[in-house]
Design a protein around this ligand. Structure first.
Ligand code: FBP
Length: 556
């Protein structure tokens, strides 16, 4: 395999680590934090986790740990979408295990949770992981979206682990995978198994965060990658002065990615799904806002601009949310019949007859291609896959129609020429930024310490992330503490709540304070490519979102 000069250099990069993680593992112990883990779960949640419910999070401090040297056989899986830094988590776990006992072993189960069920694993050694140090991607062992959630799957996991002598499982995943990790932890405690479960917060979407988790890994690199591309497009737009660029960004229901990219690049418009939902903004009103900005800029001779939108916008618009909800129900209730309809026309006619009058009307007003996308396969939860709906095309289509109408009424004499883009996959496997490389390695070492301190049903945490890496505080928080009860299919289900953009939060407020001037001025900011070597303020800066959330208002 050919290795690029950057990969070679990155393989040699030594992640910056919190001071406590530089100690020998047998000289590090846990201290229970006095603050509660934050979420204050309901009695219902406590009742569902009687054995692993623990209100205390932990941090690591210097102290004797006599069980650190016990050899451990640990399994690790990568679950869900790729996020930069996953390899460093695994390498951090391996280094942490080996630092305590050369006889410890780490097994990577391939292609996500499904790898456990298929008993498909490989032992990871210092030699085999070396080429993956500080690289992006999940290709070391692969990832997958199979869910580990049923009792049969839990039983199979125990069987596979017992046969292999595995005594701990690390689940590197998002809110869903960590919810299931919490349920598995409770099951294991219930059957009297000694297998430990530890979660690690991963997702570029940035929606797995709470009082204990400051940010999920991958968000930093992905948003920096998108912001570089957006900045380049903005500069192209400001040079050629002839295109309006509409850029959709990944992130599922949460708009953290779009918001961070807006703070980084100062576009003319950035739509935030959470604001749209909170204010109940209709599709027409959103298009009207875009069109008025196009018209106003045109009056100033600026027939060009930049619009950012989150992929979850489509679900946030009230009438679309109702329509999508109805479609999800119809398609799951009559999945078998629906799958026999082979043409789009038959499918559209079938749903149209079953939708409510309002939703049927909304559906009929959408371009065919968007209708088609709304009828595509659902995700494993039965939800529409927002990454596959080209909302940017919908907005361009509607804006172009509105502009033609204004033109015909003599209200617009400029030009509207548009280009659309979708950024998602471009950022999920980038070489991790220094922040993600350092954070992920610290998460891995923290995970090893949680295992060596015999903790079970915890998620690894590292706090104080806007500060110097040497001062970060590694620890863990009970997964059960992060659960909320949500009504799913008529039953209360414990889930780790997705963190959405808070309209009252510092990042949104910083954006809202400036967006009007960004709309008409051309105030683009050009972040440039991620830098791995050079001055700290260039190479080690964290996301603006994280800095603002941690009270660093100078970030903007
Ligand atoms: P996770 O939630 O698993 O981290 O995945 C994030 C994500 O990249 C979303 O932003 C996007 O909607 C989705 O994955 C795309 O899924 P897929 O990789 O299956 O196309």
């Amino acid at each position: 395999m050919k290795i690029s000069p950057l990969q070679k250099a990155r393989n040699e990069y030594q992640p910056k680590t919190p001071t406590i993680l530089t100690q020998e593992p047998n000289k590090v112990t846990v201290k229970y934090r006095e603050d509660s883990a934050g979420n204050n779960p309901s009695e219902g949640v406590k009742a569902l986790f009687p054995l692993t419910f623990n209100s205390k999070s932990v941090e690591f401090i210097e102290g004797e740990n006599s069980s650190a040297d016990t050899p451990r056989n640990v399994a690790v899986i990568l679950s869900g979408g790729q996020a930069p830094g996953g390899h460093n988590v695994i390498i951090g776990i391996l280094d942490g295990l080996k630092a305590a006992s050369k006889d410890s072993k780490l097994f990577g189960f391939r292609n996500g949770p499904g790898g456990i069920l298929a008993d498909n694993c490989v032992e990871l050694t210092s030699e085999s992981v070396a080429p993956f140090r500080n690289t992006g991607g999940f290709d070391m062992i692969g990832s997958g979206r199979t869910k580990l959630e049923s009792r049969e799957q839990f039983e199979k996991t125990v069987k596979v682990f017992e046969e292999r002598g595995i005594t701990a499982l690390v689940v590197i995943g998002g809110d869903d995978s960590n919810t299931n990790a919490g349920l598995l932890a409770e099951y294991l405690a219930d059957i009297g198994s000694k297998i430990q479960v530890i979660g690690v917060p991963k997702t570029i979407d940035g929606d797995l965060k709470n009082e204990q988790i400051e940010v999920s890994f991958g968000f930093d690199t992905a948003t920096k990658t998108y912001s570089e591309l957006i900045g380049n497009i903005a500069r192209d737009s400001n040079s050629a002065k002839k295109y309006w660029h509409f850029i959709r960004l990944m992130g599922r229901s949460a708009s953290h990615i779009a918001l961070e990219c807006a703070l980084q690049t100062c576009p003319n418009i950035c739509l935030i799904g959470e604001e749209v939902a909170e204010k109940g903004l209709t599709l027409d009103s959103i298009v009207e806002t875009i069109v008025s900005t196009i018209v106003e800029r045109s009056k100033q001779g600026k027939d060009y601009g930049l619009v950012l939108l989150p992929e979850g916008l489509i679900e946030a618009i009230p009438e679309m949310n109702t329509l999508i909800g109805e479609l999800n129900t119809l398609l799951s209730e009559d999945e078998d019949y629906f799958s026999t309809l082979t043409t789009f026309e038959d499918q559209a006619e079938w749903v149209n007859r079953r939708l409510s009058r309002d939703s049927s009307y909304v559906f009929s007003t959408l371009p065919n291609e968007i209708q088609r996308q709304l009828l595509m396969d659902r995700d494993p939860h039965g939800n529409v896959q927002v990454s596959r709906i080209e909302t940017e095309e919908l907005l361009v289509d509607m804006a172009a129609t509105a502009i033609r109408e204004r033109k015909s009424r003599g209200e617009f004499d400029g030009k509207f020429s548009s280009l659309t883009h979708f950024f998602g996959y471009e950022g999920r496997c980038a070489f991790p930024s220094n922040f993600d490389a350092d954070y992920c390695y610290a998460l891995g070492r923290t995970t090893a310490l949680l295992i060596q301190n015999n903790l079970h049903g915890y998620i690894a945490t590292v706090k104080g992330l806007a500060g110097e890496a040497s001062e970060w505080s590694p620890g863990g928080a009970p997964l059960s503490q992060m659960m909320n009860l949500e009504r799913r299919h008529g039953k209360d289900k414990p889930v780790i709540k997705k963190a959405l953009v808070e309209i009252s939060g510092a990042p949104f407020r910083a954006f809202a304070a400036q967006r009007e001037s960004w709309a008409l001025e051309t105030a683009y900011r050009y972040p440039g490519a991620i830098q791995y070597y050079g001055p700290g303020e260039v190479c080690d800066a964290t996301s603006i979102t994280l800095q603002l959330e941690q009270g660093r208002s100078s970030a903007m």
